[in-house]
Design a protein around this ligand. Structure first.
Ligand SMILES: Cc1ncc(COP(=O)(O)O)c(C=O)c1O
Length: 370
């Protein structure tokens, strides 16, 4: 080990490889680690309802063709997504998960010396991608109620700012930005700054005051909206995300994209998923109902629950949550303690299926009784 003196790019010294904690393990690993037959994983905001049965059938059919490279332009899927959103297919780029979509935007638009304004409490990939390309993340504290502070974000903009990141609704809080506030914020930003709006959880939103970044695109050429098939479509392992932006931006992003970044099975699955609107309407409805149920149950326990528009809840338990999360893990229920966000009394819990939530609430009652 010690006789290798090859230096990586300087910024690589600032990066850390992802090291999984208990909540990041697969269900199989968790079963083995915990010595349990059943584990309910509520730490990753995955769909408890799986992909649509139509997706499973399409994948089975397609499996025999994986010897072929697939269309590097993803035309069929881009056409379907474009029709879905009422834009041209040159407004869409495909990526290996929303994660890669964010990284591609950074690679196309951020240079060393540029700044990216990012909420201090949000999903980590934008900060990672910013550092990866040698640019500077500028973190803006969230408000007292943990909502993104748009006024402070606007104030953090300098002549070096090249990108502003908004996650709407936000992870880990689940809180959405009010549509009229978003509109005002975007209107106040210089047009040479990319506004990257990560809408990974948009399909779970029920509040009519929500506004997608796509609605602002006709008046603002600097918006890039990012979405994913990982969440409501239940296809996290297939790795498929996409961005929607003006064709001029999409063309630049496509220059840094590996042509075969999205695999054939992901394409096939996405086309089947988009055709099954009933299934996804049902998932959204079930999620909204269970989200309400858990919000009420947690509030009754005396937890402060952030108002969520997603498929997870972020709540202040009022005490350090580490031991509590471990006790739940021993009962086969994995949730995420808030320590990674420097909020050790918080927990983030994915909204499970009705049966999973029955078990979660029973385990919480059991822990209370001890
Ligand atoms: C806000 C947000 N953006 C993006 C992602 C990444 O999604 P994908 O699985 O499509 O890479 C996640 C995943 O948890 C997320 O929470």
């Amino acid at each position: 080990m010690t006789d290798i003196h090859i230096q990586p790019r300087p910024v690589v010294h600032q990066l850390r490889a992802f090291t999984p904690d208990l909540p990041d393990r697969t269900v199989g690993e968790l079963r083995r680690l915990l010595g349990l037959d059943e584990v309910i994983k509520l730490s990753f905001n995955e769909s408890p309802y799986g992909p649509s049965p139509r997706v499973v059938a399409a994948l089975q059919q397609a499996a025999r063709y994986v010897n072929f490279y697939y269309d590097p332009e993803g035309r069929e899927l881009r056409d379907k997504l474009a029709a879905h959103y009422g834009v041209g297919s040159d407004y869409i780029f495909l990526a290996n998960g929303a994660d890669e979509a964010i990284t591609l935007i950074a690679q196309a638009y951020l240079a060393p010396g540029d700044e990216a304004v990012i909420p201090a409490l949000t999903f980590g990939t934008c900060a990672f991608a910013t550092r990866l390309v040698g640019a500077q993340p500028v973190f803006v504290p969230v408000r007292q109620d943990l909502a993104i502070d748009l006024a402070a974000m606007a104030q953090a903009v300098t002549p070096r700012t090249k990108l502003v990141y908004l996650c709407n609704p936000n992870n880990p809080t689940g809180i959405m930005i009010d549509g009229s506030e978003l509109r005002r914020f975007v209107a106040g930003l210089p047009q040479h700054i990319i506004v990257l709006i990560d809408e990974a959880y948009a399909e779970f939103v029920t509040d009519p005051a929500y506004l997608s970044g796509m609605a602002l695109m006709p008046n603002h050429a600097n918006i890039v909206t990012v979405r994913t098939f990982s969440k409501i479509y239940g296809m996290a392992a297939l790795r498929l995300g996409y961005g929607i932006a003006r064709p001029e931006l999409v063309a630049m992003i496509n220059r840094v994209r590996n042509p075969f970044n999205v695999n054939f099975l992901a394409h096939v699955a996405a086309l089947a998923a988009l055709a099954d609107t009933d299934f996804h309407r049902l998932v959204a409805a079930r999620n909204a109902e269970q989200r309400q149920r858990l919000t009420e149950a947690f509030t009754e326990r005396g937890w402060q629950v952030c108002p969520s528009q997603t498929n997870f809840l972020f709540a202040d338990t009022g005490q350090d949550s580490a031991a509590f999360c471990l006790a739940l893990a021993r009962r086969g229920i994995i949730i995420r303690p808030g320590h990674g966000w420097q909020l050790p009394s918080f927990v983030r819990i994915t909204v499970g299926s009705p049966e999973q939530n029955d078990k979660l609430l029973a385990a919480l009652r059991e822990l209370n009784g001890q």
